[in-house]
Design a protein. Structure first.
Length: 746
């Protein structure tokens, strides 16, 4: 084994150097002792397996990588502190990549010229979305990148750290200027023309156009989770957005064209490199495409130098350059998946090929010269299928641990799904590029090709959906214990709660669109939760506005509606939802929930006030769960509280969950005495001012012996049974309260 491993490293010296550098980079977050241990361990492996000769080189490689990483991280951290201390300030810089539309305008990565030259920030601007290379300037406010505020939420701070982002900048819109030079303008025009050419003749918002733009251009359809989910759950998301696979396909098409033109291999290599880098540039220089283009350039460069290419050595060259240049790149899940899959193919494809070879072996008693053309074609097809199956199995085996680690998903069906979808995508990419080639000369012919390609795109989406539905084809694995009752902390006073049990999950309000996408959805996915029912409290956009997103993301079968009509567009989406059973709330009813719980409807809005403000049309719910009561008053104000008290209802509860009424007070003393809670979970958004929790009121509650969870301090709050107690825990500050055996409330 030692000799075999030594031969392996000597044949691929760049891979060994890259492994040592990567080991030191991955150990960096744990501290310098771990970095030293990782570097010495790598050097020890080299000394043991290769007679000690490369050990010093491996150690030096690790040292270079971690030194560069430490220098970059120190600069980023210092810039982040300086910018956060500035607060409001003018700023100017250059946009590093095409910006993306956002709720308030646009956002993108900007390298500052001032006030901290060289620092990279997330710039949140106003107005039209600018292109890469644009010079931007504005007055605004700097702040740190926020980490997650809820359990399981996507970690934007970790994302920013992996990209060297020091802070975020919010433009106030006053005096904001965007100046796009001649070259960025030209580049944006070319990319826009490419985007239009691949879908000319198709419905712009149709499913076929969405699939083609995602596969060929890299335009990810963020608002169509049903479409994205089909590829994600079939384990083929890598074919759905531009990645190394697509760059390789473009290279294959280019090589076929150059062979047809009888161009020699030596001259074809630089042309193929230019083609692949050009395609990566056309698709916005997405990191997977650029990484693949560089890897292909290194691999093809061996032909240019008249050397035998080696996939793993080419991988080592690109990985080593990334680790030495900016080791933070290796922390990105996409980078790990890209390199991990290539490494798995390089290491495991041969093993699988030997297993599948027997299915593609021709009869040794029949000489090849006697085979008919049909038999030759059938034999070639079997060999191609065996090779594809070998690569697919190796890629699946290599990606599965990383996909499970980062996304909590295992897709056994992916090894088979890729065999069907990759050829479909190859046809799709071929037709799209053909349409682009003829578009300037024959727009009608280009549109005809695109319409044919639309059929291929719909077939691709359909096949992905069928594989996603295969029983046991995808398994979502929860990362950490499931929260049984999770009160989310969302921006601007929005609200959402998830109640989950072993037999299902229910959403109590769904938040606004931004909050659901950024916080709620990623949290639910990380815990493997798929709610099938929704309870709405009142027609406020911050509580019901994510209707379309929820209906696309989860198999919602029924919804509890507090009112029969409302002007809110978000609420109307629920009223018009197809295939969802609508239940109208009626006071006094109890509805079954998972884990044997029941939801009691204490009160419903006055039907005689259909035009009242949303916060005065709140349904009041009480959860009965394992002998406890949790009262949800949402954004109800004193007017609703007075109506409940006058009705003489039993309002007692162990836990009270409350938001803020925008124009009225809430949680008056008389109402609080009637509820007699032992804990209050109070929403407390920093903006707008009406959503802030009054510190004096919270202090008075604490003086009464009530445990107060101020969500500005606690973030999301989890409630779960713990033996004979009810455990309530804040996510951010770890505040924990255990409520002993329930009082006799029943």
């Amino acid at each position: 084994m030692r000799r075999a491993l030594g031969r392996f490293w000597r044949k691929r010296p760049l891979l060994g150097l890259a492994v040592a550098a990567a080991a030191a980079v991955f150990a960096w977050p744990a501290g310098w002792p771990w970095v030293a241990g990782a570097a010495l361990a790598a050097a020890g492996v080299a000394a043991w397996s290769a007679d000690g000769r490369p050990a010093l080189a491996w150690l030096a490689s690790a040292g270079i990588a971690v030194t560069c990483l430490a220098w970059r991280e120190s600069g980023r951290a210092n810039a982040g502190r300086e910018l956060a201390a500035l607060g409001a300030s003018p700023a100017a810089g250059r946009l590093l990549a095409d910006a993306e539309p956002a709720t308030f305008g646009w956002e993108g990565r900007v390298e500052l010229r001032e006030p901290s030259p060289g620092a990279v920030v997330v710039w949140r601007g106003r107005g039209p979305v600018p292109a890469a290379g644009a010079e931007v300037s504005a007055r605004g406010k700097f702040g740190p990148i926020e980490g997650p505020r809820n359990p399981g939420e996507y970690d934007e701070r970790q994302w920013a750290d992996g990209r060297g982002i020091a802070a975020e900048f919010w433009s106030d819109g006053a005096g904001e200027r965007v100046e796009t030079g001649a070259w960025p303008t030209f580049a944006a025009r070319i990319r826009r023309a490419f985007r239009e050419a691949v879908t000319a003749g198709l419905e712009p918002d149709g499913r076929a156009a969405k699939v083609i733009r995602a596969v060929v251009v890299g335009d990810y359809p963020k608002n169509d989770d049903a479409l994205v989910g089909a590829f994600r759950n079939s384990g083929t998301l890598h074919v759905f957005s531009v990645s190394g696979l697509h760059v390789a396909m473009v290279g294959m098409l280019g090589w076929a064209a150059l062979r047809g033109l009888r161009i020699s291999r030596r001259w074809a290599v630089p042309l193929l490199m230019a083609l692949m880098f050009g395609y990566a540039w056309l698709t916005g220089n997405s990191p997977p495409a650029v990484r693949s283009a560089w890897m292909a350039a290194v691999f093809l460069g061996a032909f240019w130098c008249r050397r035998r290419p080696d996939l793993l050595n080419a991988l080592g060259a690109v990985l080593l350059a990334a680790a030495w240049w900016d080791g933070r790149l290796l922390w990105q899940p996409g980078v790990q998946l890209s390199y991990g899959v290539v490494a798995a193919i390089g290491l495991g494809a041969g093993m699988f090929a030997r297993r599948f070879a027997r299915f593609a072996r021709h009869d040794p008693y029949l000489p090849r010269v006697l085979l008919t053309p049909g038999q030759e074609a059938w034999l070639a097809a079997k060999r191609r299928l065996a090779n594809d199956a070998s690569a697919s199995c190796a890629a699946w085996l290599g990606s599965t641990p990383l996909v499970w680690w980062h996304f909590g998903l295992v897709t056994p069906v992916a090894a088979v799904a890729s065999l069907v979808l990759v050829p479909l995508v190859f046809v799709l990419v071929s037709l799209a590029l053909a349409a682009v080639a003829v578009w300037p000369f024959a727009p009608a012919a280009s549109a005809g090709l695109n319409r044919a390609n639309g059929g291929v795109a719909c077939a691709t989406a359909w096949v992905a959906g069928r594989f996603a539905e295969v029983p046991g084809g995808n398994v979502r694995i929860a990362r950490g214990p499931r929260p049984q009752l999770l009160v989310y902390d969302l921006d601007h006073g929005a609200g959402a709660v998830c109640f989950a049990g072993a037999d299902g999950a229910v959403l109590l309000d769904v938040g606004d669109r931004s909050g659901f996408r950024r916080r709620v959805f990623s949290s639910l996915r990380s815990f493997g939760l798929e709610p099938d029912a929704v309870v709405l409290s009142h027609p406020d956009g911050g509580h019901v506005g994510a209707g379309r997103e929820v209906l696309e993301a989860f198999p919602i079968r029924q919804v509890l509606l507090p009112v029969e009509s409302a002007r809110s567009k978000g609420y109307q989406e629920w009223l018009q939802a197809e295939g969802v059973r609508q239940i109208h709330a009626r006071a006094g009813e109890r509805l079954p929930l998972p884990d044997g719980a029941e939801l009691e409807i204490l009160a419903v809005p006055d039907p005689r006030a259909p035009h009242a403000v949303a916060d005065d049309r709140v349904a009041i719910y009480r959860l009965h769960w394992r002998g406890r009561r949790v009262l949800f008053v949402n954004d109800a104000g004193w007017k609703t509280e007075r109506r409940l008290l006058d009705a003489g209802l039993d309002l007692r509860a162990d836990v009270l969950v409350a938001g803020r009424h925008r124009t009225d007070g809430s949680l008056g003393d008389e109402f609080l005495a009637a509820v007699s809670p032992r804990a209050i979970i109070a929403g407390d958004a920093g903006f707008p001012p009406e959503e802030r929790l009054d510190p004096a009121k919270a202090s008075r509650w604490r003086q009464l012996g009530i445990a107060v969870f101020d969500q500005r301090e606690t973030g999301g709050v989890t409630i779960r049974p713990d033996a004979d107690q009810l455990r309530i825990e804040g996510f951010l500050n770890g505040q924990t309260v255990k409520l002993s055996a329930a009082r006799d409330l029943e």
